[in-house]
Design a binder for this molecule. Structure first.
Ligand code: NAI
Ligand code: MG
Length: 496
């Protein structure tokens, strides 16, 4: 199947507006590239403000009927989508690996399966859109309703596009909103296939999915007057512009932004399973293109060298190459812009006197890996938490290792960041681990594991990592509903 994908001609995909698969009004297109080979693989419409307006108008028209559909019936449709997503997960996963360079076995396939679970999870929650009654006394009935907001505008990135897309689609629609979602220009194909599956079950206009660039399509969506809620996943910089657009119209926003998440390794943890955990937390097998990546490692000085030696052995054993090859652990960076950016950070690290390259470095200039945007796992050791590589989100497989002796120091450095998305603590002493977990300023702290999100736990950031939560019932209620209170006087005079 890898072969059939690679031999086929340039795919030509359309976007979904009002139940129809359409080109952009302007007729302009975007070429999608396979980053592992640097070859064009597909053409998608380049949507702009006119397309956004058509999509938003369609979602606006679809809203009254959809919002009045009994929630359980909306949930049933999501459950049907989940079944088809699961049945077709391999096809989706292959397309995904092909377009965004994530390895099929370690990333794209698990992502496709998890995406089916997102639809299943939210589909089952439809009857939980409950309100409360308020005890104002025997003569008053006061109750709240959870009502949808209206048209939701969502913008998603390329790094886990179907999962992140499903995290907008499933809760927004379950709660009775209609949706216009813009896919990322670098990875729209698997999202469009997921959209096709959704559209088999949904009334027209309930879900609209656009392809286009950020400034002309994403910004038009963020600024559209009929959009009543904005949900964005991507860079902190663009997140701020989405929030500004929301401020102009006073619409609520959910932002899932960047991270520079700390991993604190205690001296009792110089062990292979912790090393495996660090490889997982750093998301090396997604080229570390993850907002959750544990990319600052605070390693106790007593085990600094021995732990790094073990990490080197494990990281260097990762097989980098063709994302569609089952043997591949780690695929390619998404595009030239990100590749150049990652290489820039590595060059900075190499040029810095205080930093020691533990392993990795710049990508090979020749051989098979030079055909694509392949970066290699890289670790720099440096005593400082203050240099560029320790402060900025690299979004590539570049980890900084910082030694510590005093626990307070480690936690202070961990918190000395404008980000606060995730964190990892590694120790056998559970009390110590939990005290650290409570002291860390992050939306999600894992102790002794470096896994990915599971439907049901509220996920989201502190500080500039974002606002709002995803992945959970509470996230759906807070992000995609508004409360209405109805207060009834029961003391009206009896007639007749
Ligand atoms: P980006 O934030 O520019 O792109 C994310 C989405 O926003 C894409 O759909 C893009 O088309 C859209 N967008 C871009 N400019 C926009 C605008 N002015 N108005 C509305 N929508 C806009 O991220 P990019 O350029 O792909 O990556 C840059 C950096 O962002 C990465 O190096 C990484 O640090 C961070 N990032 C974080 C992600 C996360 O999961 N939180 C995902 C992707 C990137
Ligand atoms: Mg950008």
């Amino acid at each position: 199947m890898a072969d059939t994908i690679e031999r086929s001609a340039l795919l030509n995909r359309k976007m979904l507006i009002d139940g129809e698969w359409v080109d952009s009004v302007s007729g302009q297109t975007i070429t999608v590239e396979n980053p592992a080979k640097r070859q064009p693989i597909a053409i998608v419409p380049r949507g702009n403000a006119e397309d956004v307006d058509r999509a938003v108008q369609a979602a606006y028209r679809a809203f009254p009927a959809w919002s009045r559909t009994v929630p359980r019936d909306r949930g049933k449709l999501l459950l049907k989508i989940a079944e088809v997503m699961e049945a077709r997960h391999e096809e989706i996963a292959r397309l995904l690996a092909w377009e965004n360079g994530n390895a099929l076995r370690t990333q794209a396939r698990p992502e496709a399966k998890n995406t089916a679970d997102i639809f299943r999870y939210f589909g089952g929650l439809a009857s939980e859109l409950k309100g409360e009654t308020i005890p104002f006394g025997e003569h008053v009935l006061s109750y709240t309703r959870r009502e949808p907001l209206g048209v939701v505008g969502a913008i998603i990135p390329w790094n886990a596009p179907i999962l992140l897309g499903a995290l907008k689609i499933a809760p927004a629609l379950c709660a009775g909103n209609t949706l216009v979602m813009k896919a990322a220009e670098d990875a729209p194909l698997a999202v469009l296939l997921m959209t096709e599956i959704c559209q088999e079950f949904l009334p027209k206009g309930v879900l609209n999915v656009l392809t286009g660039y950020g400034p002309d399509c994403g910004a038009a969506l963020a600024n559209h007057p009929l959009v009543r809620k904005l949900s964005f996943t991507g860079s902190t910089e663009v997140g701020k512009s989405v929030m500004r657009a929301a401020a102009d119209r006073i619409v609520p926003v959910s932002l899932e932004l960047g991270g520079k998440s700390p991993s604190i390794v205690y001296p009792d943890c110089d062990e292979d399973w912790v090393v495996d955990g660090i490889v997982g937390a750093m998301r090396f097998t997604r080229q570390s293109q993850s907002c959750t990546a544990g990319s600052r490692m605070f390693l106790h000085a007593d085990i600094f060298d021995s732990f790094l030696a073990k990490l080197k052995k494990k990281a260097e054993a990762l097989k980098i190459g063709d994302p569609l090859d089952e043997a591949t652990d780690m695929g390619s960076i998404i595009n030239n812009k990100q590749f150049t950016k990652v290489c820039g950070y590595v060059s900075d690290g190499l040029a810095r006197k205080d930093a020691k390259l533990v392993f990795g470095g710049l990508p090979p200039k020749d051989g098979p890996l030079s055909e694509g945007y392949f970066a290699i796992p890289t670790v720099f050791a440096d005593a400082s938490n203050d240099w560029r590589l320790a402060r900025e989100e690299i979004f590539g497989p570049v980890l900084v290792a910082i030694p510590w002796r005093d626990e307070e120091d480690a936690i202070r450095m961990a918190n000395d960041s404008h980000y606060g998305l995730a964190a990892y603590v590694w120790t056998h002493e559970i009390g110590r681990g939990l005290r650290a977990a409570h002291a860390i300023q992050s939306g999600w702290v894992q102790v002794n594991q470096g896994l990915g999100q599971v439907p049901g736990h509220s996920y989201g950031g502190y500080k500039q990592s974002g606002i709002g939560r995803e992945f959970s019932l509470e996230g759906m209620l807070d992000s995609y509903t508004q409360r209405k209170n109805v207060t009834v006087n029961l003391n009206t005079p009896v007639r007749g």
